[in-house]
Design a protein around this ligand. Sequence first.
Ligand code: MN
Length: 231
Amino acid sequence: MATVFPPLPAVMVPVVGLDAVFPVRRIYCVGRNYAEHAKEMGGTGREAPFFFMKPADAIVVALPGHPALMPYPSLTNNLHHEIELVVAIGKGGKNIAASQAFEHIYGYAVGLDMTRRDLQNDMKKQSRPWCIGKGFDHSAPIGPITRAQDVRAIEHASISLQVNGQDRQRSNVSQLIWNIAETIEQLSTAWELQSGDLIYTGTPEGVGAVVAGDRLVGEISGLQSIDVTIN
Ligand code: MN
C-alpha cells in the first residue's frame, strides 16, 4: 500500500565497533533514581520508581570529540542537564525478572535527559503531565552504544558531567536506588519492552542550568563519552 506521504526513517544510534546502527523504538526514562538527586528535587530519596517517556525522534546523536549541536529550546528560561546511563534493550519481554534482566540488554550509552525545568515545575504544581518539560524536540542527546559484552562492571561505573570544563555532576552507577535489573523488572510490568527501546535510568545530584554556547561533556567509565554544545 502506498503511503500518503514519505514515512520518516527510523531514529538510529551508532554502535561502537560495528558497521550497523541501533534502531530506536521508544525512550523510557526513570524519575528520581539517585537518592541525592531525589532530595535536591524535594523528595525523601526512597520512593518507588516512576517512569515517563520521550519521543524517539528527540534523540540527538553526539559523538565523542565532535560536539553535536542542541538548539536551545523554546518556552524555557531554565534548561537543565541530567547526565544518565542509558540501557539499550536488545530482546523484548514483559514481566522480566530482575535475575533475567541482563539477557535483554543489548548495550549501554551515555545520555542526557535535557529538561525544561521551569515548565516541568509548573506542570508538577498543577498536577499536569510533564510532557512539555521532558518530551520536547532534541531533549534526548545520546552517545554511541557499546555492546554489553564489551562493557565490564557497568554497575560500578563512575558517571560525570562537565560544563565548559567544570564539574557539575559526579557519582557512580552503584548509587542507583533501583539498579539496572530492578528497573527493567519494574518497567516491564507496565509496558512490554521491545528491541530498540532505550531506558534513561535517572540522574545523580548536581543538575543545573545551561545556556546557549555551553559545551556539555558527559562520561561513564567504560563507555564512549557524549559531547554536546547548546546553540
Ligand atoms: Mn532524568
